[in-house]
Write a protein that binds this ligand. Structure first.
Ligand code: HSE
Length: 399
């Protein structure tokens, strides 16, 4: 019998408890032994929860119980989540998590202790919710040299953009609908400013390329500046606007990672990823492009991935899964400013001015609005061309 503890009884924590309880028989078969929840760390008593008898409010009860072999951290954030993860690992317990924020900031620190103690630190639920992406990257695609990984990594912003595209809603109205449906938080900053997607591309890049890429190294632009005019101009050009996280391996071995709304040709599969769904493309030298698609958030999809990590940690309690990466540094990350991209520029300038600055650029119009699509230019080169040229929106094009 394996005994585990869940940290947090919020959406994900209660989902994990539900899945472990509901599917106890099949989980026991897959883990090789029954998996029992001994404790749930909570902030109060939860009198209405079916799991109330398991709740403890003091982490040291879990830390000091030698029966606990696996801890599922479902707290979120980087404060208590980091402290409790470090304490659990140091106490000889494997840790699994859905917490992309703490992993993107502190993953290398956790892996170092897990290696020293021969424990697992697993995180399948941290990117793409229930979509299997971490194991495929770390195992099934391990024979490939990965050159690029990119995707729609945030369900809330994809829902908002889909509403703007399909129903012509403004950003503010679409955000309000996302909040009413329970997709967006009351404070939607992490989603709409791109911070959540940034953390997720950090995790994917770190795993794919082997060294930690930290959020502070990833230029991040969210969707708050995307307007109905941009959506209409993209449509006029046969494209859709999607928030992408992207990590590209450069010839010098450095990784350029960034987050920004992109214009994507409507016939590309990624452009068809709608509503709260996520889509992730991995480009490998042997496999070519592989795409992963599914529900990237939600209580039970996320809980299913956390519970699978618990099963894995129980089953392989004396053997490490190799999903680690090494610490990062300035030598890991290249400059976004030097990455050649095509650009979409919404501009109030006259045709003659556009032709003078971007001679060969393609222009499109939608009503009074006008945009130019440039050839390949680095951001540095683009900024030099824009010194005397007014731009209302500037976004990369995925092409
Ligand atoms: N807020 C996130 C999203 C939740 O909308 O994708 C899943 O990480």
């Amino acid at each position: 019998m394996a005994k585990v503890a869940i940290l947090g009884l919020g959406t994900v924590g209660s989902g994990v408890a539900e899945v472990l309880t509901k599917n106890a028989d099949s989980i026991a078969r897959k883990a090789g032994e029954p998996v029992e929840i001994k404790y749930i760390l909570g902030r109060h008593d939860y009198p209405d929860s079916p799991f109330r008898d398991l709740v403890v409010q003091d982490f040291s009860v879990i830390e000091n119980d030698p029966e606990i072999s696996v801890v599922a951290e479902c707290i979120g954030g980087t404060g208590a989540a980091r402290d409790d993860t470090l304490r659990a690992l140091k106490a000889g317990k494997s840790v699994v998590t859905s917490n992309k924020e703490v992993l993107a900031e502190c993953g290398d620190e956790f892996f170092a202790i897990a290696q020293e103690k021969n424990l697992n630190y697993l995180y399948e639920a941290s990117v793409g919710g229930g979509i299997p992406i971490i194991r495929p990257l770390g195992s099934c695609l391990a024979a490939n040299e990965i050159s690029e990984i990119y995707g729609i990594l945030n369900g809330t912003t994809n829902y908002i953009l889909t509403k703007m595209i399909k129903e012509g809603l403004s950003f503010d109205t679409a955000l309000k609908q996302a909040q009413e449906k329970g997709y967006a938080e009351a404070d939607p900053t992490a989603d709409v400013e791109g911070f959540d997607a940034c953390r997720k591309i950090c995790i994917l890049a770190s795993l794919s390329f082997g060294r930690h890429v930290y959020p502070a190294q990833v230029p991040t632009q969210g969707i708050t500046g995307v307007t109905a005019q941009d959506v209409a101009l993209a449509e006029a050009a046969g494209m859709k606007i999607k928030l992408l996280g992207r990590a590209i391996l450069q010839e010098d071995g450095k990784v350029v990672a960034y987050v920004a709304p992109h214009l994507i040709p409507a016939d590309q599969q990624m452009a068809g990823v709608e509503d709260v769904f996520n889509g992730i493309v991995v480009r490998g030298d042997a496999i070519g492009d592989v795409m992963f698609y599914g529900r990237g958030a939600g209580k039970l999809p996320t809980a299913s991935a956390v519970a699978a990590d618990i099963i894995d940690a129980v089953k392989h309690h004396d053997r490490r899964q190799n999903l680690d990466w090494a610490p990062g540094g300035d030598d890991v990350v290249g400059s976004f400013e030097d990455l050649p991209l095509r650009w979409y520029l919404r501009t109030p300038e006259q045709d003659a001015k556009i032709a003078a600055v971007f001679g060969g650029g393609k222009t499109v119009t939608a009503g009074e609005e006008k945009a130019v699509f440039t050839g390949l230019l680095t951001k540095r080169e683009l900024d030099q061309q824009l010194t005397d040229f007014r731009v209302l929106t500037c976004l990369p094009v995925l092409a």
